[in-house]
Design a protein around this ligand. Structure first.
Ligand code: APR
Length: 184
C-alpha cells in the first residue's frame, strides 16, 4: 500500500460515479439486488451484464438494508462494485440514520478487505429512496469521516454528487463537522 499523507482522504466532487477511475465504486442498490434506475441503472448499463450475472449467482437472496456485497466491476473503470443498500425514507423514526450509516460502513469494510486504496461513493438513499438531502449529508459525512479516522484503507474516498445543489449541501455538512471550509 502506497499511502501519501499529504493527499486529502475525503473528497467531494460533482460528476457521474460510473466514470470514476478508482479501485471500487459503491452502487445505490436495492435489497433484491435487482437493478433499477439512478446510480444502479447507470452502473449496470456501463458495466455490462457480468455484474448482474455475478450478483444473481453469488447473492441469490439479495442483501439486507444497511449492508453491502462486492462484485467485479465488469467494463467499468473500477475493479469492483460494492452494492450497498440504503434505507427507504419513512419519516425518520424507522431507524433510517443507523441503517444509512451501516450501509456506508459495510461498504468501506469491504473496500478495505479487498485492499482498495481509492473508493467512490454516491449519496445513498437520496434519490428514489427519498432521504432528505441535508439529513443524509450529515449522517454520510460523519460516518465516512469516522471510518477514515480509524482505518488506513480505503485511503481516499470520493463522494460523487450529481448536481451543484447536492455538492453544496454535502460541502456544508463537511464544513459543519470539521469547522473548516473544504478545498474545492
Ligand atoms: N452518479 C452519481 N450520482 C448519481 C448518479 C450517477 N450516475 N445517478 C443518480 N445519482 C444520484 C441521485 O441524484 C441521488 O442523489 O445518486 C443519489 C442516489 O439516488 P438513487 O440512485 O435513486 O439511489 P437511492 O435513493 O439509494 O435509491 C435506490 O433506486 O435505482 C433504484 O435499484 C435502485 O431500488 C434502488 C433505489
Amino acid at each position: 500500500m502506497n499511502v501519501n499523507p499529504d493527499e486529502p482522504r475525503l473528497l467531494l466532487v460533482r460528476g457521474d460515479i460510473t466514470e470514476q477511475h478508482v479501485d471500487a465504486i459503491v452502487n445505490a442498490a436495492n435489497s433484491r439486488l435487482a437493478g433499477g434506475g439512478g446510480v444502479d441503472g447507470a452502473i449496470h448499463r456501463r458495466g455490462g451484464p457480468t455484474i448482474m450475472q455475478e450478483t444473481r449467482r453469488r447473492f441469490p437472496d439479495g442483501c439486507p438494508t444497511g449492508s453491502a456485497v462486492l462484485t467485479g466491476g465488469g467494463q467499468l473503470p473500477a475493479k469492483y462494485v460494492i452494492h450497498a443498500v440504503g434505507p427507504v425514507w419513512s419519516g425518520g423514526d424507522q431507524g433510517e440514520p443507523a441503517l444509512l450509516a451501516n450501509a456506508y460502513r459495510r461498504a468501506l469494510e469491504l473496500a478495505a478487505e479487498h485492499d482498495c486504496y481509492s473508493l467512490a461513493v454516491p449519496a445513498l438513499s437520496t434519490g428514489a429512496y427519498g432521504y432528505p438531502l441535508t439529513a443524509a449529508a450529515r449522517v454520510t459525512i460523519a460516518t465516512l469521516a469516522d471510518f477514515l479516522a480509524d482505518h488506513p484503507l480505503p485511503h481516499t474516498v470520493r463522494l460523487v454528487l450529481r448536481d451543484d445543489a447536492a455538492l453544496e449541501t454535502f460541502r456544508q455538512a463537511l464544513s459543519d463537522l470539521s469547522g473548516t471550509v473544504p478545498p474545492s
